[in-house]
Ligand binder design. Sequence first.
Ligand SMILES: [Zn+2]
Length: 625
Amino acid sequence: MSSRHRPARRLATLAALLPLVVLLPSAPALAGGGRVIGATKIVDHGPGSARYTVVVIAEGFREVEQASFAARASEYATHLRTTAPFSAWWQTFNVWRIDVASNESGADDPVECGGTGLVVDTYFDARFCAGGIRRALVVNQSTARAVLDAHVPEWDMALVIVNTTVYGGTGGGIATTSLAGSWKDIAIHEFGHSGFGLADEYEYWAGCGADPPGSRDHHPAWEPSAPNVTIQTDPALVKWRALFHPAVPIPTTENPDCALCDLRPNPYPGEVRVGLYEGADYYHCDAYRPAHTCMMRAFGAFCPVCRNRIEQTLKVFARPLLDPIAAPLRAGTSVTLAGSGFGAGSVVNLWVSTATGAVSHGPYVPTAVSPTTLTWDLPAVDLAQGYASVRVVNTDAGYLASEVRGALLVGDAAAGVPTILAINGTPLAPPEASVGLAHADTVVAGGGGVVLVGTGFADALVNVFTPEGNLGPLTPAPGHTDTHVGITIPASAPAGPGTFQVVNRRATPGGTTYANSNAVAAVLVAVPTITGVAVAGATITVRGTGFSRASVINLFNRQGSGVVNLGGLSGGVPRVPLAFVSDTEFTFARPAGAVAGPAFVEVLNPPFIPFSSSGSDPDGAVTLP
Ligand SMILES: [Zn+2]
């Protein structure tokens, strides 16, 4: 057979699919015979809330045929995984199988469509011959939808596999396919319709030469909504103009005889050049498709326009998810993160909060990656100086980023890097990404002694950073060890947040170098408390303990039936500026947005949790005039 005829044969194969998009079961549903056995997740790339969920449902399989259905479902998943563009976005997919046992095998095949007359008792009442076309294989959509909603409510696309080798299938809300030879490609084509809103790019209804004369000659003068067919011929207005190949005319091909399909071969043999090819959306003329061929025209690769639509749809499901990081990250070791949606292009970003600000590290390329785990080498030195925030970015899938997770970072003592693990016997609090700084929930009195416990303390000095500057470097008391240092906090230490850091001095041939520990915050002098709030004209005075130049307030104000916070931070800046008088008093001006009536003041000291005044202390209440 000459190559000239090959496209026609593929088109004829697809003819069976064409009416299926628009047909619904016309007969009332028969009571389905059988039972739903249950749902099984066969491809797991994370929570259903975050992933594109495909469900494969058994129809016309008896109890004893369920293993056969399970094998077909796995074949379908494998076919998706190996078909572009789904292959590149595989980590966005979850696939479920719903095992349903029917009383009998197969599907009804009415004689009026040339079928065998077979009538079988199946759960979803599958039947050929919908709308008088034998290959239109349909199931009871409402029963299928009810089973889906009950077992996999997050489903995005569903395919019913009907246990018969008679050729057939349909698109629509819930797609169907039989097990005829090309069923997996039929299923992918139907996925294009039901999953991504793609139109058929072929140019006939029943088939080339099979439609009534004149019925398919000219597309009506309305623009189809699908992204891959158009009636527009102005190159400046065609919806896929951004993807045009620079060296094709627009239109690229025009059908010389609108009474027939245009079956001429690709003018660019072996190439996919996006342009404007006449013959699409069931019409010979006046409708155009983006490429000479496509999965939506004949079985084969999706054209770039269809691929683009698929990728835009899947992109929102491609975000990597990072599980909370429970164990400390140990510098100089190989670290494994757990989550989902990881892929070959995943990288790790790391920020380390030091006593003087955040330092960015990475991106790190993993040494090993699976969809749910990612391993990378954390450097031993020049890194372990603080509290880490970790994020995974998929550089090959739209640069989508995971949430940021906090982690405690432990230095490598063997490399001379110190790490603080406790202050005055209080260990570091678990990581919280919203705090962004390691902290120990303890109060350190001014003029008192402090013991830091950790690892890798060598020839150590201690810094204590406050809103009014560094109290250090402080020299440890005699008798310090690799794991304990004691220092005395000056009596002049200001109230508020204090951030501790151990610095090892190392003599080198070129002089002295320093290795910093993690930065660990604690409360100096006193936790904020409020003892009273007074109003004098437009000035509000707050008295209490533990106030600092770094303090910020929340100011809750009853407004109508709700409560509005006039304080807090906006863009990192306090919304209500405070005038610091002493660690027991500050004032602020009545904000412009305040209304007369009940209000409540709460004092926050960085890193805010838990170094703040009580949110329910009655002493914070005030009535604004
Ligand atoms: Zn296409």
